[in-house]
Design a protein around this ligand. Structure first.
Ligand SMILES: *Cc1c(COP(=O)(O)O)cnc(C)c1O
Length: 386
């Protein structure tokens, strides 16, 4: 029987060569490929700086630290995201609060965020972590205006949206993670993401002070820069100025990332074609396609559908060799967060969760396999009407 996952990586012969050639050279980690990947990624999204880290979660953690999250800091995020978007605030001892999603975009509803801000004394909240869910590029300009009003920072979780964009008021195309509106943005190179490195992550920013902090925190908070040292005992001398981590991304994996970036745009085009075929195929079925799916700047990390009989369809697809996924169980419903903050309710997030299903979406999904997925879904509805 076929085995079709909801997402998977594609590794080319060129990718393999790129990794092998690093293995034949001097550096496995902290070599020239790190900088090269960072520069290439920065130029892909249009940011001034990019800093490669060990994974997307590390990218969130370091960004939260660099933005100043500490014990008692209050930060707002979406309940419909991977847990790490919220956890990064907890890593630093901060308090994470959720605001409901907009059912059209499935992303943090800016009006709900505004209501929260208006209901509390100014200065209560330090930051916002909007998530470009499924690949939809949030209007970061609008969030910037709101954040400025309240003196807050923005950390954009762009894990789903490399290559995604929105148009700002002046009509310019604004790539996710370009550093124009958010203080920092983060990406992941987990195998199901657009650029697959096994493990890996990237932080982009246009702010030199944040960039400098991130560099230090990524590698133990240690510096050898003569301009920063308080004294110099000899050539070996270094100083640790902050409590940092080892969140480095190895040269080996950066080489894979560099190679993967070469066809990021081509893959994005394939994702869009796959989305187009699904949209057409489901026109006459009792399937709701979220409004954001039709946005031009959508990067289609996921293809989400909403259906009434979600569990039955999920099981039916699995029985037929297709493995859909649910993105996501609302984070505030996780036992960890319920034990921390008690039971909370965000109606749109919960209603969405009851109906959502992510069906296969990845560049190497063949037309034949996609047609099989579509046929099985049609068969499901035909059966349920018999
Ligand atoms: C994948 C993902 C992360 C975490 O990335 P890892 O590389 O797996 O640590 C964070 N946020 C979102 C929205 C993600 O999809």
């Amino acid at each position: 029987m076929k085995k079709i996952p909801y997402g998977k990586q594609h590794i080319s012969e060129l990718d393999i060569q790129a990794v092998v050639s690093v293995l034949q050279n001097d550096f496995l980690t902290q070599g020239p490929k790190v900088k090269e990947f960072e520069e290439k990624f920065a130029s892909y999204v249009g940011s001034k700086y990019a800093i490669a880290v060990s994974n997307g979660t590390a990218a969130l953690h370091l960004s939260a630290l660099a933005l100043g999250v500490q014990k008692g800091s209050r930060v707002i995020t979406s309940p419909i995201t991977f847990a790490a978007s919220a956890n990064c605030v907890r890593f630093c001892g901060g308090i994470i609060e959720f605001a409901d999603i907009d059912p059209n975009t499935l992303c943090l509803d800016i009006n709900k965020v505004r209501e929260k801000l208006e209901a509390a004394p100014k200065g209560t909240y330090q930051g916002i972590i909007p998530v470009d869910f499924a690949g939809y590029a949030i209007n970061m300009e609008a969030f910037r205006e709101l954040a400025n009003e309240y003196g807050m920072w923005i950390l954009e979780d762009s894990c789903h949206a490399p290559g995604g964009f929105f148009n700002s008021q002046n009509g310019d195309k604004q790539n996710c993670g370009n550093g124009k509106f958010a203080d920092a943005a983060i990406f992941s190179f987990h195998p199901v993401k657009h650029i697959a490195c096994g493990e890996g992550g990237m932080i982009t920013t246009n702010d030199p002070a944040i960039y400098k902090k991130l560099l230090s925190l990524r590698s133990h908070g240690i510096t050898k820069d003569p301009n920063e040292l308080t004294k110099i005992d000899g050539g070996w001398y270094y100083e640790m100025h902050h409590l940092g981590y080892n969140y480095r991304m190895p040269d080996l994996l950066c080489a894979l990332g560099i190679s993967q970036l070469d066809y990021a745009e081509e893959n994005l085009k394939k994702r869009k074609e796959i989305a187009g075929r699904y949209i057409q195929a489901f026109a006459n079925l009792p399937i709701t396609i979220p409004k954001s799916t039709f946005d031009l700047g959508h990067a289609f990390h996921l293809f989400v559908i909403q259906v009434n009989d979600r569990k039955a369809l999920y099981d039916y697809l699995n029985t037929n060799g297709i493995s859909p996924q649910i993105h996501y169980i609302p984070v505030h419903k996780q036992p960890y967060y319920e034990s921390l903050y008690g039971e909370q309710s965000f109606q749109h997030a919960e209603t969405y969760y009851e109906s959502c299903l992510s069906i296969p979406m990845y560049p190497s999904l063949s037309v034949e396999d996609q047609e099989y997925v579509i046929a099985i879904i049609n068969q499901f509805y035909k059966q349920s009407h018999e």
